[in-house]
Ligand binder design. Sequence first.
Ligand SMILES: NC(=O)c1ccc[n+]([C@@H]2O[C@H](COP(=O)([O-])OP(=O)(O)OC[C@H]3O[C@@H](n4cnc5c(N)ncnc54)[C@H](OP(=O)(O)O)[C@@H]3O)[C@@H](O)[C@H]2O)c1
Length: 263
Amino acid sequence: MAGILERFRMDGRVAVVTGSGRGIGAATALALADAGADVVVSARTASQIEATAEGVRERGGRALVVPCDVLDAEQRSALLARTEAEFGRLDVLVNNAGGWGPTPALDTSEDDLDACFRFNVTTAFALSRSAALTLARDGGGAIVNISSTAGVFAQPGFFAYGTAKAALAFLTKNLAQDFAPKVRVNAIAVGSVLTDALAGFMTPALEAMMLDRTPMARLGEPEDIAASALYLASPAASYVTGEVLGVHGGLTSSQVTLPRAAL
Ligand SMILES: NC(=O)c1ccc[n+]([C@@H]2O[C@H](COP(=O)([O-])OP(=O)(O)OC[C@H]3O[C@@H](n4cnc5c(N)ncnc54)[C@H](OP(=O)(O)O)[C@@H]3O)[C@@H](O)[C@H]2O)c1
């Protein structure tokens, strides 16, 4: 019997990672390449996806660079079509592109909420649905959705983002039921990782509050999430589907407290 680490290998497999120009997506693309996968690197900024692709090649993988705004249906179709044309297969889809800043509920319009859902939920569904047949065809595929602890712990100020990420987590569970046994669908409830997205609203006071409330007493690194995404994408997790894996340093409640609505 092969050693257990063989189950984490991704040789001969092809992965699409959305939002892989930087942050968690870039680290995940590189982790998959470390494990032997070929990776389709995708986001809007060409220079950043080129840089990630170079990292994939340095690790011995083949990389295909496809600029894609996940909000654009034609660009999503082109992403999957170019993957098929280049590699002739698809084994892993990582729906990582997403995000939304904290906004008070009273300042959130219906359009804001729709836009947040579209970015974090609808695009992941659309790509998953479009890729499902190909993922199933090629011997058992995996979808990994990047959700958030904001979708696990209710807190003031995260109404739109938290609701959308909770929906992404439940979409994960439902799609896992629809797509079993050929395609596994799992998600990661990410804690705070100091990427550009978080740096945008981080302050020393906020960071001190976060560290104080995090049992593991540090913020996450993109590689913490990438390692978990690799596990869920790999044959090591072949009996795991419909799960939302918490990767957040042991949180049991929200990491920050923003002001409540002034009612
Ligand atoms: N960082 C955290 O603390 C944290 C916590 C919980 C969950 N998450 C989740 O983790 C995921 C990645 O976040 P991150 O922190 O790594 O963010 P990031 O460092 O800002 O990176 C986001 C990536 O997504 C791409 N992207 C943004 N808008 C896009 C679009 N419309 N279409 C395609 N790609 C797009 C960006 O490139 P372009 O701008 O060039 O397109 C970039 O490559 C998100 O789903 C986020 O909600 C993050």
